[in-house]
Design a protein around this ligand. Structure first.
Ligand code: SF4
Length: 411
């Protein structure tokens, strides 16, 4: 039985009515969505430029529900569980570990990076990092998310040793680590190694998946202005493709509010959509491919972007980024409302407008905190309250979206 045959929701009825409403500006998008047709870049621009949140939010809400249903069936869950997943918001208990803040790059929006002689510069020892992971594990963490500055003293040997030490001391923990920018940085110092060999080495040490950072905005003009040291879009996508070919799940991000135009956000999504098409054509969707898209919002403490005239995102812009990403990224399973950047209240609104994930408890998040985020971690009860306040079902997950009661990490 198909989703549309057996699933009743106000969002579905709304989209059906809209598809029949001749002359409505979103009629053709509603029709495409109902028919599983891909919306175009022009459609995406129309959505991101609209202020009609009730309409575009309902369309995205329907897509969120249907996607959750289809993903659950694809992963082998039964009909009843698939229906429950249409109302489910996922979150996990994780530790963000930033082993070094020393970085040779200079991204204008970054308040985290320090130069080596800066009194606040640090590099963790393996022992220190492992202790933090152990503590987080004892508090229920199932994942450690590792990203750091581009530090020439922290290359593949440092990180392979670090991952190995973590896996030895905390064997069940999932290691999600290294942006594509970091992988490329390691390669610059390992002239004889290909990206494939770098991944082989890290996977052998215990790497389980990759986060989605370093994407920022793919627009060349914005990248040249804001983060000229970062690899371009095609290199970023190539590195993720290689990770997928190795069987890794990876994520993708977009950092908005750094001077880009709305059209450049939609172009960014189109690049990701095409990259995912390529990986899905080559790999099993339950194996190597993008898993989750995370729209990020720039914070402005510790940088001068506001003085330079960059317009910050409004709450409406943030919600629209969720909506348009759910509609454009028809081949991504999950859209995350990253509460640490959106704030808990905006994140809660996003849950009924396209997002089905809240990230996690994010213990010890340093990067956004350095740029002005007010919160560094959130208790599990608070996350559950956010979800239930949106009249949805809260479920803890592992990194690969297995409900935590089924997770190997806790058995
Ligand atoms: S965003 Fe990353 S690469 Fe850029 S300066 Fe900060 S730590 Fe370095």
């Amino acid at each position: 039985m198909s989703f549309t045959e057996n699933f009743n929701s106000s969002a579905k009825f709304f989209v059906e009515q809209l598809a029949q409403e001749s002359g409505h500006e979103f009629q053709s998008i509603a029709e495409k969505v109902l028919n599983h047709e891909r919306i175009s870049v022009e459609d995406g621009i129309k959505v991101i430029k609209s202020n009609d949140l009730p309409v575009i939010g309902q369309i995205a809400n329907f897509v969120r529900q249907r996607k959750a249903y289809e993903v659950a069936l694809r992963k082998g869950f039964d009909e009843a569980v698939a229906l429950e997943h249409t109302k489910t918001v996922w979150w996990n208990t994780n530790l963000h570990l930033n082993p070094t803040n020393i970085c040779i790059a200079s991204c204008d929006f970054c308040a985290f990076a320090k130069k080596p002689k800066d009194p606040d510069a640090y590099t963790m020892s393996n022992e220190d990092a492992v202790e933090r992971v152990k503590t987080a594990r004892d508090e229920g963490a199932t994942e450690v998310h590792i990203v750091g500055g581009l530090n020439p003293k922290c290359l593949i040997d440092y990180y392979a040793d670090l991952i190995r030490a973590i896996k030895k001391e905390v064997p069940g923990i999932h290691v999600k680590a290294f942006t594509a920018v970091e992988i490329d940085f390691f390669k610059k110092f390992e002239k004889n190694m290909s990206y494939e060999e770098i991944f082989d080495r890290l996977i052998e040490a215990g790497l389980d998946s990759m986060p989605g950072g370093g994407a920022e905005i793919f627009s060349r003009a914005v990248r040249d202005e804001m983060c000229p040291d970062k690899i371009p879009a095609d290199k970023w996508a190539e590195i993720h493709y290689i990770a997928h070919s190795k069987g890794l799940k990876t994520n993708a991000t977009m950092l908005a509010g750094i001077g880009e135009e709305p059209e450049e956000r939609v172009d960014h999504l189109d690049i990701l959509r095409k990259a995912q098409d390529k990986s899905l054509a080559a790999n099993n969707p339950n194996e190597g491919s993008f898993q989750t898209f995370i729209p990020l919002s720039c914070h402005y403490e510790g940088n001068d972007l506001l003085e330079r005239g960059v317009k910050p995102l409004t709450g409406q812009d943030q919600i629209k980024n969720i909506i348009v990403s759910r509609l454009m990224l028809d081949n991504f399973d999950h859209i995350k409302a990253y509460w640490i950047q959106l704030g808990p209240k905006t994140a809660q609104v996003a849950l009924n407008m396209g997002s089905n994930d809240l990230d996690g408890t994010v213990k010890a998040e340093r990067i956004t905190f350095a740029a002005g985020s007010k919160k560094r971690s959130m208790a599990e009860e608070q996350l559950i309250n956010i979800v239930e306040g949106a009249r949805l079902i809260s479920k803890e997950r592992d990194t690969l979206y297995n409900p935590i009661e089924l997770s190997l990490h806790r058995v």
